[in-house]
Design a binder for this molecule. Structure first.
Ligand SMILES: Nc1nc2c(ncn2[C@@H]2O[C@H](COP(=O)(O)OP(=O)(O)OP(=O)(O)O)[C@@H](O)[C@H]2O)c(=O)[nH]1
Ligand SMILES: [Mg+2]
Length: 466
């Protein structure tokens, strides 16, 4: 039995209290030239330091929260730029602290000068994700919501954006929280029983405990099942186009992209490098990897190409294994692919059906990269390979993050153990500990239970200024 300790360690709390004394600054927009750049400042001194370099109609220190002020930023008696200053006072800001956003003309030099002037005034550069970390530590959002901020920034398709938005809105957090509540409730009852052990009272009959555990495990299973979908929505799908030379891999790539991206020729061994292109289908991002046809060859360059093809297979979520209807099914290559990747990831496809219509080869889909016949079925099959047959809505609670997935699995393990303890007639304290552990695992998702490592890991993935 392993106990999970600590809601934010003492060390971290002390460190946080020290760090939160700091006022931090960073460029929040991409570095480089643009119409506007936004510099973000947060912390107890932010209003005072901006006030000290700002000249406008009024003083920033007197500004109300959520107001915007036009004026000039001055540094060493020189006007640096005309700016707009947005003022957010604690606690109703993104970080929960006093914060300022300065919109300047989008020049790197202006940004650099303004940031330098802050650094001279006891303000330090923000670490990656530090604004959002502060938002989390100040209770402005939970950990799953903070992670959704990164997903929103990185989202490339409609579906990924909707999924991340939902997580930011707290749909997943609310679900996880309700399961935690149920567990806390049960373990408290069991612990109460222990206090009255002498009197032999039973607050929660054992059958009820089992019933409740089963109920929660079902809910956790439902969430775990959404992961394949959630991951695809969030990260996209890597599809390797693989087959013998000349089967039409590059032709298919071009057809899907609706452009002549890769060289197509009747000479076997045309493609040497792996060509990577993206296309989106029903809101899902597919990353296509056109590869060199796999065969034994003495050509040094083609050899390297074939080597890279095998690599692409290993890294693929779906292998689109293309065969030529005239040449028939490449059984030897299929055997090899099965050694490189799980069989259920391979989509057996036959191409060039425009040439031999009534020929039957056993496969998942038949297409013609020339006429487009069968492409709709191919899309369906690709989607199914990637997300399975169940279709979830991004509007529900969806697990898209490996950390959340693992925490749910851990919670389930503790619950299975708790159920065993009940069935084996173990005393209430053992069961209560298992339930508490399950609750802690769930708590990790939303950051009720966390450690330095978890937090550092998460926020290191952010960009500076977020
Ligand atoms: N009739 C017909 N010809 C096709 C079809 N798909 C591809 N081809 C032809 O098959 C030949 C090979 O096509 P590619 O797309 O270069 O084949 P590949 O698999 O990329 O070949 P390598 O790069 O050499 O491995 C070309 O002459 C294409 O025009 C199809 O669906 N129907
Ligand atoms: Mg090719």
């Amino acid at each position: 039995m392993q106990l999970i300790f600590s809601i934010i360690t003492q060390k971290e709390l002390t460190e946080y209290l020290q760090n939160s004394e700091d006022t931090i600054v960073a460029l929040a927009t991409p570095a480089g030239v643009g119409a506007i750049s936004v510099i973000r400042v947060s912390g107890p001194k932010s209003i005072e330091v901006v006030d000290s370099i700002f000249e406008g109609n009024g003083r920033i220190i007197n500004a109300k929260t959520h107001t915007i002020h036009y004026g000039k930023i001055k540094y060493a008696n020189e006007v640096i730029d005309d700016v707009l200053v947005s003022v957010f006072r604690e606690p109703n800001s993104y970080t929960g602290e006093d914060s300022i956003e300065i919109s300047t003309h989008g020049s790197q030099l202006i940004v650099q000068k303004i940031i330098e002037s802050f650094l001279e005034k006891d303000v330090r550069l923000a670490e990656p994700g530090e604004f959002t970390k502060r938002a989390f530590l100040n209770g402005r959002m939970d950990l799953a919501q903070a992670e959704a901020v990164v997903d929103i920034i990185n989202s490339r398709t409609e579906a990924s954006l909707r999924g991340a938005r939902n997580q930011l809105d707290g749909i997943l957090s609310a679900k996880v929280d309700s399961l935690r509540e149920m567990l806390i409730n049960s373990s408290s009852m069991l612990e109460l029983e222990l206090d009255f052990a002498e009197e032999d009272l039973e607050f929660l009959p054992k059958e009820k405990v089992i019933e409740r555990i089963d109920e929660i495990v079902i809910e956790i299973d439902e969430l775990l099942k959404t992961y394949a979908f959630g991951k695809v929505i969030r990260d996209g799908v890597n599809v390797a186009l693989v087959g013998k030379p000349n089967v039409g891999k590059s032709s298919l790539l071009n057809y899907l992209l609706k452009e002549s991206r890769a060289i197509v020729s009747e000479i076997p061994g045309t493609t040497r490098d792996v060509i990577r292109e993206e296309f989106s289908l029903d809101g899902i991002l597919f990353r296509l990897f056109d590869t060199a046809g796999i065969r034994l060859t003495e050509d040094v360059i083609e050899k390297e190409g074939v080597f890279r093809s095998r690599d692409a297979v290993k890294n693929a979520d779906v292998v689109l294994f293309l065969n030529d209807i005239i040449d028939g099914f490449a059984n030897d290559l299929y055997k090899e692919l099965k050694q490189l990747i799980k069989e259920d990831k391979i989509l057996i496809t036959v191409n060039k059906i425009d040439l031999l219509h009534d020929h039957i080869i056993e496969c998942d889909v038949q297409i013609s990269a020339k006429t487009g016949e069968g492409i709709e079925s191919l899309f369906k099959a690709m989607k199914q390979k990637a997300i399975g047959s169940e279709n979830y809505s991004e509007k529900g609670a969806i697990v898209s993050n490996l950390r959340h997935f693992n925490a749910l699995k851990k919670a389930k393990q503790h619950l299975v153990q708790a159920k065993e303890s009940v069935q084996n007639g173990m005393s209430g304290e053992f069961i209560a500990v298992d339930l508490r552990n399950a609750e802690s695992s769930l708590g990790e998702i939303i950051g009720k239970v966390t450690t330095d490592d978890i937090l550092n890991n998460i926020f290191a993935k952010f960009c500076i200024g977020k």
